[in-house]
Design a protein around this ligand. Sequence first.
Ligand code: RIB
Length: 280
Amino acid sequence: SLVTRKTKTIGLILPDITNPFFPEVVRGAEDEAHKRGYNIILCNSDWDEEKEQVYLSVLQQQCVDGVILVGTKLSESYLASIAATFPPIVVIDRTIALDMHSISSNNIQGAYVATSHLLAQGCRIIGHIAGPEQSVSARQRMQGYRQALDEAGIPFLPELVVGGDYRMTTGKAAAAELLRRSPQVEGIFCANDLMAIGALEQLREASIRVPRDVAVVGYDGIAMSRYVYPPLTTVVQPTYRMGERAIQLLFDSIERNQPEFQHIELEPLLEIRKSSTRRA
Ligand code: RIB
């Protein structure tokens, strides 16, 4: 209204609307916003930073009361440069060293637990299908993978890491590449579920049995991970909660003008299913 100057709208930019991880985050945000009488304007950036910047200025022109950025790859210096003239921003799915609220789940820890699980299943040659290099979560998951190998005294081999872009098609291609480079691979830790599902398809086409020949672990815990064959072991992120908490943080800024910025890190949880269970 003109009196309060609030539009009661919040802009939310996510990188890939076809990846079920993101709508699950939005679900939590939308429910929480709705409870407080706010509406959400949803934008999809296709992992494209330019598109994200365009959406940011559109949202600013629309006078939204706050913005939620999910999985943004925008640099900290860029975000710092817009923060002063912008409505409050909350970043989801990314740790950030700025005066800005952030909420993520512990990616290093999640990847460490996933890789340790493969080690406990007797896998020694463990490949990693990584996320895009510019993505903070992808780099942190790689770090957790390396840390678990390190602690087990297994040398890190760069050829066992193949990059993907968090989409199913690249997961499939990366699995093919990994098998070409290392036919002996016994386990694959994938940086997200969609790439793991693509990898499962590649393994099936190559008549490689999962988990007997190769054990597979994904990341995210999207609903679909339970319905693929074999059901996918995955690191479950508290997606709904992340969205919900982001709105609560945003409201601290919008309505209470709370000056203290919070960096919240929630715990991910390994859900063990058939795709990785080689030992009863
Ligand atoms: O599946 C998409 C991935 O990108 C998720 O794991 C999320 O954490 C993001 O970084």
